[in-house]
Design a protein around this ligand. Sequence first.
Ligand SMILES: O=P(O)(O)OC[C@H]1O[C@H](O[C@H]2O[C@H](CO)[C@@H](O)[C@H](O)[C@H]2O)[C@H](O)[C@@H](O)[C@@H]1O
Length: 260
Amino acid sequence: MAREQGIDRMPLTQPPQSLLEGASLFLDFDGTLVALADTPDAVVVPEQTRALLAGLDRALEGRVAIISGRDVASLRDGFGLQNIAISGSHGAEIALPGQSVAAAPRGDGLAHAYAALTQFAERHEGVLVEQKALGIGLHYRLAPQLAETCKAQAHDVADRFGLSVHSGKMIYELRGDTADKGVGLTALMQQQPFNAGRPVFIGDDVTDEDGFRAAKALGGFGIKVGVSEQTHASYALDDVSAVHDYLAAIITDAEQGKHL
Ligand SMILES: O=P(O)(O)OC[C@H]1O[C@H](O[C@H]2O[C@H](CO)[C@@H](O)[C@H](O)[C@H]2O)[C@H](O)[C@@H](O)[C@@H]1O
């Protein structure tokens, strides 16, 4: 198979602390900032993680944002992430702190697709359907043996209602928009205070590759959490705990007066 331009092979090295000097920092949520859980609702944001975000915000003078597949409302209301910029719904939503959400229109077929997938989930134990502002998540983490069945169902329903299918970790997502995390990162980078920094995006999933690519195109870097065969990221960290350690060290540097 031909090697796609700009793709690096694992293993990558750990990012140096200096990478965040003058950076605008973009963080994926699930699997990067918080550990994965069996269901979307089982995720918790520990107090320590909130303190980490607040410290980063101070150290980088507000140039910190979350770029997530979850929608802005669920991150704000469900996880209390009110004081941070967010690009939600895989780049289709943008919300700065204290502001309302600017979003792509909701696809017409989503309501019909949600009904069809809910009926499917009722017949398949362990399959969960997540209703999202601009999409639907079909989760099979509790029924991994149904991965192929879920994939087929996701594509069948998407075809019937004019939607597209995107795969992630133990999930197929149906969406009616065409945004991606690169779109979200680029949109935030056009606004203050992000436009004053060099983008660094940290993410763990296949949908984060668009964010890595966009960061690189804007002169920045991607940091991959975990391992994958190929990635657009330039550096890697092992897991959520390594992400926290890396970011905490940057806060310590800033508090000791080292220039960020
Ligand atoms: O872009 P992200 O912030 O990483 O969001 C991607 C999806 O994350 C959630 O699903 C994932 O996390 C769940 C909880 O740990 C896990 O059970 C599931 O298997 C993962 O795919 C979320 O539910 C989705 O809406 C996000 O798109």
